[in-house]
Design a protein around this ligand. Structure first.
Ligand code: IPD
Ligand code: CA
Ligand code: CA
Length: 263
C-alpha cells in the first residue's frame, strides 16, 4: 500500500477503535463479568464485546483483509493484509480498575511486517497512531523516542507473562540485572502501552518475553515511526509471532541487548 492508501485506512480505523474504547470504558461502571482463561489469565465482558465489535466492523470496512484476534475470532481474506486485534490489552489491570489498559489494532502485510497501528487507552483517552512513512502521533501531535544517553539514566518498562510461575528464576534474575543498572522499572500491565510509552519518550526502553502478536503488532509501527529500535533478545530481527521483544531509543538499545545476553 502507498502512504496515501495507508493514511486513508487510518482515517477509517480511528472512529472504529474509538468506539471500541467507549465499549471498554462503559464496563468500568458495570459488572465486568470476570472469568478465568487460566489460573491467573482473565477475560471480561469488555474483552468479548470489544472484540466482537472490532471484528464485525473491520470485516465490513475492509472485506478483503484477514483478521486475527486474541479471543478467537479469525477470518481468512484475500488481500494479503491481516488485522491483528487485542480488544483489551491489560485485562488484569482493567479487571482490577487500574487504568493502564488499551485497545490495540495493527495491520500486517503478507510478510507479517506491521505497516499500520493504533493503540488507544480508553481511560486516559490517548490515541497513539502510525503507519509506515507517516510518523508517529499521540492525539494528533508528533512523538519521538527519548534521548536518554545510557542505561544508567533510563526508565525501563517490562512485563511478566502468565506462565511466570514456571520461569520465575529467569524472570527475577533478569529483573535484578536491570534494576541494578537503570534509574527504575515500571510495569503498566499492557505491553502495547509499554511500547507506545517508549515511542513517546515516557520510557526509554522495554523488554518482555511471553508476548503474543496482538500485544505488539500495532505498537511496533508506532515505535519504529517514532525513531525507536526493536529486536528479539539476541538482537535478531523482531518477529511478532516470536514471543520476546526488546525496544528502546537508539542510544541505549545495544546496552539492553548486552545486559540480556549476560543473564
Ligand atoms: C498482557 C499484557 C501484559 C503482558 C502480558 C500480556 P492481556 O496482555 O500485555 O502487559 O505482560 O504478557 O499477555 O492478556 O492483558 O491482553
Ligand atoms: Ca495482550
Ligand atoms: Ca487482551
Amino acid at each position: 500500500m502507498t502512504t496515501e492508501q495507508l493514511q486513508h485506512v487510518m482515517e477509517q480505523l480511528v472512529p472504529i477503535i474509538s468506539r471500541a474504547g467507549e465499549i471498554v470504558n462503559s464496563y468500568l461502571k458495570k459488572d465486568k463479568q470476570i472469568e478465568n482463561k487460566g489460573t491467573i489469565d482473565l477475560i471480561t465482558a469488555a474483552d468479548k464485546e470489544s472484540e466482537e465489535f472490532l471484528f464485525g466492523r473491520l470485516r465490513e470496512v475492509f472485506p478483503g483483509d484477514s483478521i486475527l484476534a486474541e479471543e478467537g475470532n479469525t477470518h481468512e481474506g484475500s488481500s494479503g493484509y491481516t488485522w491483528v486485534i487485542d480488544p483489551v490489552d491489560g485485562t488484569t489491570s482493567f479487571a482490577h480498575g487500574f487504568p493502564a489498559f488499551a485497545v490495540s489494532v495493527g495491520l500486517i502485510d503478507s510478510d507479517k511486517q506491521p505497516v499500520l497501528g493504533a493503540v488507544l487507552t480508553p481511560f486516559f483517552n490517548e490515541l497513539f497512531t502510525a503507519y509506515r512513512g507517516g510518523g508517529a502521533w499521540l492525539n494528533g501531535e508528533r512523538i519521538h523516542v527519548s534521548k536518554a544517553a545510557s542505561l544508567s539514566v533510563s526508565l525501563l518498562g517490562t512485563g511478566f507473562p502468565y506462565n511466570r510461575r514456571s520461569i520465575m528464576d529467569r524472570l527475577l534474575k533478569r529483573l535484578g540485572a536491570f534494576l541494578h543498572n537503570c534509574h527504575d522499572i515500571r510495569r503498566t500491565g499492557s505491553a502495547a502501552l509499554d511500547i507506545c510509552y517508549v515511542a513517546a519518550g515516557r520510557l526509554d526502553g522495554y523488554y518482555e518475553e511471553g508476548l503474543k502478536p496482538w500485544d505488539t503488532a500495532a505498537a511496533l509501527v508506532i515505535l519504529e515511526e517514532a525513531g525507536g529500535l526493536s529486536s528479539k533478545f539476541d538482537g535478531s530481527k523482531v518477529d511478532i509471532f516470536v514471543p520476546e521483544i526488546v525496544v528502546a531509543n537508539p542510544n541505549i538499545f545495544q546496552e539492553i541487548l548486552d545486559l540480556l545476553s549476560k543473564v
